[in-house]
Design a protein around this ligand. Structure first.
Ligand code: NAP
Length: 316
């Protein structure tokens, strides 16, 4: 639709921070790519905990956003238009990315993204599934290899092994030659095992800190008591990397390392991840696909904290 000189698109935006009732499915201006940007026609958008955390306003003190804001930072689609400096991507190329979370996201028919964040989408899976990959897989990759320095033959314990980060972390660690222990609830044990975990601990029935000792790396996607109990299961000098923030003082008191990280999206890294998907070495577990107009239900499911793999919004 065109009104005046602005072309409109459907998007899910917020005009105020708060509960999921603030999500509005509405018309919004279609963005225009800058010289080094691409306009992506969104096929599908992954839903992640950061979406509801930003919606609730938790990140505003550190990283303020301008309202109205389109949520959703996990995108797969096709190139619609390229900026004047863009050489690597052409119209109709299938692409995916984790866009900059300080800008408008992908709960929309179109999004503009920088080419440095973009990679060709995997060829062997539908774009609808590919939309679940960029954010969680890159966070798992960054945590395991770039922050914790996980090596072949080492043992890693992954907390939240059935979640978005966990399902990728289990597969990536296994593909890298590590021994993998995953914590999850019993209903997800078979799924996590099928991703390559060597051992599963049901966090609803067992206290992992009673049975595990001497691991090289812990990947903590849960925090709180789970993190507090993890220091003692590491070998001396081992490292806990947390996606929700590590207590570095507690780590030092236990003679281990505690590391936090904030995902920096990187198209080259994402390209390597796409290659693993196309080689059949990495897959995406999809919990549920919702239409774009049902973003509220999708976020409520994510916020409940028990997603099994990824939640996806189908846009077109
Ligand atoms: N630092 C960064 O750059 C970064 C990047 C990405 C994500 N994050 C953060 O990392 C966290 C995890 O993200 P995510 O996408 O993986 O979340 P998610 O998909 O919502 O995680 C849900 C999973 O957590 C599991 N779980 C819940 N409580 C558990 C417990 N006590 N022990 C073991 N597993 C438990 C659930 O399994 P059951 O239902 O079986 O219990 C469920 O499968 C979020 O807080 C997110 O915001 C940070």
């Amino acid at each position: 639709m065109i009104t005046g000189r602005r072309t409109l698109m459907k998007a899910v935006r917020i005009h105020a921070f708060g509960h999921s009732d603030v999500l509005m499915y509405e018309d919004a201006p279609r963005p225009v790519p800058g010289p080094d940007e691409v306009l992506v026609k969104v096929q599908a958008c992954g839903v992640n905990p950061i979406d509801w955390k930003i919606r609730e306003g938790y990140l505003e003190p550190r990283a303020p956003h301008r309202l109205p804001l389109t949520l959703g930072w996990d995108v797969a689609g096709t190139v619609e238009e390229s900026g004047s400096l863009v050489k690597r991507f052409r119209k109709d190329d299938a692409v995916f990315c984790r866009p900059d979370t300080s800008r408008n996201g992908g709960y929309a028919e179109y999004i503009t993204v920088r080419t440095t964040e973009l990679a060709p989408a995997p060829r062997t899976i539908p774009l609808e599934q590919a939309a679940g990959i960029p954010l969680a897989s890159q966070a798992a990759w960054m945590a395991l290899f770039e922050v914790a320095g996980l090596l072949p033959g080492q043992t890693v314990l992954i907390h939240g092994a059935s979640g978005g980060l966990g399902t990728f972390a289990v597969q990536l660690a296994k593909a890298a030659g590590a021994r993998v222990i995953g914590t999850t609830s019993g209903k997800n044990a078979a799924m996590v095992k099928s991703l390559g975990a060597d051992e599963i601990i049901d966090h609803t029935k067992e206290d992992f800190s009673m049975s595990v000792k001497g691991v090289d790396v812990v990947f903590d996607t849960i925090g709180g008591e789970t993190q507090a109990k993890s220091w003692d299961i590491l070998r001396k000098g081992g490292v806990l990397v947390s996606s929700v923030g590590a207590d570095e003082k507690a780590a030092a008191a236990h003679g281990v390392l505690g590391r936090s990280f904030v995902l920096v999206s990187n198209g080259a890294r994402l390209g390597e991840i796409a290659a693993l998907v196309d080689a059949g070495r990495l897959g995406v577990v999809v919990e549920k696909v919702f239409p774009l107009a049902e973003a509220k239900a999708a976020q409520d499911l994510s916020q409940a904290g028990h997603a099994r793999g990824k939640i996806i919004l189908k846009v077109s």
